[in-house]
Write a protein that binds this ligand. Structure first.
Ligand code: PLP
Ligand code: COI
Length: 366
């Protein structure tokens, strides 16, 4: 892949295999040394835990080029912590935080020429994930695992960029009370595919999931949390044990309060009150903030005053401040930005095995 051939302005949210990805295998209770692999494919047992019982979880974060040309990531420590929570809930071994951060740095550094330039509208999306690699036939956790992290340059998640989208209230549930909605398990996304394909067929961009127990409260969409702005300018976001604790949403709560001086409420949000909000948006790493113009509730439309052409004024301020922090035009709170150092003397391998035999790979320390 030649950087010259990428039209950054025209990228959608898609996968383009990069030069290197990070791979580490877990065996006999220990994580092996990580390598940067040139191979974007994997060979695993047909009976691997991930294939039989969906034992897998993932993360999503981005690398940005700042206005002064630095390459940075945004709060990757929180992705490491959330992945650790996912692993514990799925009986998978935790990949240590320091190693997670090192993997992020190495993958970005190893593909540095593919980090989209400042102002292009594109970013580099990073996808850490882990899966059970050893054979499992009775229902139980695998014994061996792989942690892997790849990168791909991406454009906007929704095809019209930051234009308002239209969503529908979904009749399927995303997560049960006391289930797995609060972690980033692959299984949460597998079971949402039918609902998203159906939503797209009906002309909607996303699904609004309600709480499974009472179907009266707003939860989230298939890939983002909700934010709302009240008519008197408060920032409101749903609180629930069955939604993913979005890093973007947690950051926006700080931005709203400390940078924009808004009152912030994280609380249960009843669907009945949604019609009274002035603005609505979806927030997440991929979605950034995608404004919602319309919500269809079984044929009844809620149309937000901001309309279908532009973001609402408060959403726009939140968007500009958050992306300004990420791109270095606005000072970030302490610890939010991690700069990538360009040189890593790491061994690159053509083809690591799904499970590298003991002693086959040696990492050269810089
Ligand atoms: N909710 C779901 C279901 C998601 O998949 C995501 C994406 O990661 C989010 C919310 C947003 O989380 P974050 O802001 O950490 O990317
Ligand atoms: C992310 O925003 O990183 C996600 O994982 C959402 C996914 C649906 C693309």
């Amino acid at each position: 892949m030649d950087k010259k051939n990428i039209d950054w302005n025209d990228l959608s949210f898609m996968y383009i295999p990069m030069d290197v990805r990070y791979v580490s295998n877990y065996k006999d209770g220990v994580w092996g040394e990580g390598v940067l692999s040139e191979d974007s494919t994997l060979v695993i047992s047909e009976c691997a835990g991930v294939l039989q019982y969906a034992q897998t979880c993932f993360e999503g974060l981005k690398a940005y080029t700042t206005i002064d040309g630095r390459i940075v990531t945004f709060r990757p420590d929180l992705n490491a912590e959330r992945m650790a929570d996912s692993c514990r809930r799925l009986e998978m071994p935790v990949f240590p935080k320091e190693r997670f951060l090192e993997a992020v740095d190495k993958v970005v550094a190893g593909n540095i020429e593919f980090v989209p330039p400042y102002g292009s509208g594109a970013t580099m999306y990073l996808r850490p994930f882990m899966f059970g690699s050893s054979p499992v036939i009775g229902v139980k956790p695998a014994e061996r695992y792989q942690f892997r992290l790849f990168a791909t340059p991406v454009g906007p998640y929704f095809k019209n960029g930051i234009k308002p989208i239209s969503i529908r209230v979904c009749d399927y549930d995303r997560a049960a009370p006391h289930g797995t909605g609060h972690i980033k398990a692959g299984l949460n996304y597998a079971m949402s595919l039918y609902a998203i394909v159906d939503a797209h067929k009906m002309g909607f961009d996303e699904n609004m999931y309600l709480d499974a127990a009472t179907r009266t409260k707003v939860e989230e969409t298939g890939g983002a949390n909700f934010i709302f702005i009240t008519k008197d300018g408060k920032f409101v976001t749903p609180k629930s044990d069955s939604i993913l604790p979005s890093i973007t949403r947690r950051s926006l709560m700080v931005v709203a309060k400390q940078y924009l001086g808004l009152e912030v409420e994280e609380r249960e949000v009843y669907f009945d009150e949604v019609k009274d909000f002035a603005e609505c948006g979806l927030c997440g790493t991929a979605a950034v903030i995608s404004p919602v113009g319309k919500i269809n509730d079984h044929g009844k439309e809620i149309c937000f005053p901001s309309g279908m052409d532009e973001m609402g004024p408060v959403t726009k301020k939140l968007y500009d401040t958050l992306t300004g922090i990420q791109m270095g035009t606005i000072e970030a709170p302490e610890g939010w930005i991690r700069e990538i150092k360009p040189i890593y003397n790491v061994q690159r391998v053509k083809k690591p095995l799904a499970e590298v035999p003991e002693g086959w790979v040696r990492v050269i320390q810089s």
